[in-house]
Design a binder for this molecule. Structure first.
Ligand code: ASP
Length: 318
């Protein structure tokens, strides 16, 4: 047995033109077998997520559906390829890296910038590359294979909206031991984590707005530079104090593509340190978002989250 399961979640890869633009479509397996002759050399089954989604419609509950399909099939396949839309691929790839730690088979997440069947589409190459990668004995854990690159799932960011090389690892790769955990399927809670871009003049209203949602448990702030926020003449900090007082966890991440938060280096970052905000280290925002959801779904309380936050669970931070 050397068979791979391809799990199609939707995304541009298998999309066709609908009335208002590209939309997910069924029959991907027959279209692939018809159009990509090199697939004859690969042994695979393909199943669709039901319903297929444009990954911009992804909800964190979809991570459970993807994990469930992989875990249910784990004894029948030597590896898994997940076809996913590129828009939120970095979030799902990160989420899978946490949930599927310890899975004996490799998982490769891919997608394409242009639909199968369109001239110059990257769909066939990305799929063939992924099938080759998943078959290699040294492929471990969850990887992203896209635009000719083999990337660590929880270190990727979508860096280009059109180019074939859509994903990069701005802060590089981090090695980790995949065997120390058991894969789990979890019930993720939509709305538990908010991700907010700090901008010049950001006001308390932005934070007060997300605090209206009583499902909220953590706010990830994408702050300036090494972890700074507006302070002088701003009511923003007051709202962060209100958030902290209601028990919402604050995370301070840099909005820079590269580098890490050094909380407290500037006075403008001092309040976050005072409020016990967790620094995001050199994690990607997508990995931080997925890690918080993972820890919340595992039932971790604030103390346990604070302890595990700074540990690399599967190479998400260096
Ligand atoms: N909107 C699409 C998606 O993320 C974009 C893509 O797949 O490239 O599903």
């Amino acid at each position: 047995m050397n068979k791979v399961l391809i799990l199609n979640t939707g995304g541009t890869f298998g999309m066709v033109q609908g009335d208002a633009g590209l939309t997910p479509a069924a029959d991907l397996e027959s279209r692939l077998r018809e159009q990509v002759s090199q697939l004859e050399h690969h042994s695979f089954d393909l199943i669709d997520l039901n319903p297929l989604i444009d990954s911009s419609d992804l909800r964190v509950e979809d991570w459970s559906r993807i994990c469930e399909m992989i875990l249910n099939a784990q004894h029948s396949y030597t590896g898994f390829v997940v076809i996913h839309g590129t828009d939120t691929l970095a979030y799902t790839a990160s989420a899978l890296s946490f949930a599927l730690r310890g899975l004996s088979q490799p998982v490769v997440v891919t997608g394409s910038q242009y639909p199968l069947g369109v001239e110059g589409s990257d769909a066939p190459t990305n799929l063939l590359d992924s099938l080759n990668l998943v078959a290699q004995p040294n492929t471990v854990g969850v990887r992203v294979c896209f635009g000719g690159l083999n990337l660590q799932a929880n270190r990727v960011r979508k860096v280009d909206a059109q180019d074939y090389v859509a994903f990069q690892m701005p802060n590089g790769e981090v090695s980790y031991n995949n065997e120390v955990a058991q894969p789990v399927n979890l019930n993720y809670q939509t709305g538990a984590v908010a991700l907010i871009l700090v901008y010049p003049g950001i006001s308390a209203a932005v934070i007060d707005g997300v605090l209206q949602d009583d499902r909220l448990r953590a706010i990830i702030l994408l702050s300036f530079g090494s972890g700074n926020i507006p302070t002088a003449g701003s009511d923003f900090g007051e709202a962060l104090k209100r958030a902290h007082a209601t028990g919402v966890l604050l995370v301070n991440m840099t909005q820079c593509l590269k580098g890490r938060v050094i909380q407290g280096a500037y006075e403008t970052g001092a309040l976050l340190a005072e409020l016990g905000a967790l620094p995001g280290f050199d994690m990607t925002p997508e990995a931080a978002f997925a890690k918080l959801h993972y820890l919340f779904a595992k039932g971790a309380d604030k103390k346990a989250i604070e302890a595990q936050w700074q540990q690399s669970l599967c190479g998400e931070l260096s």
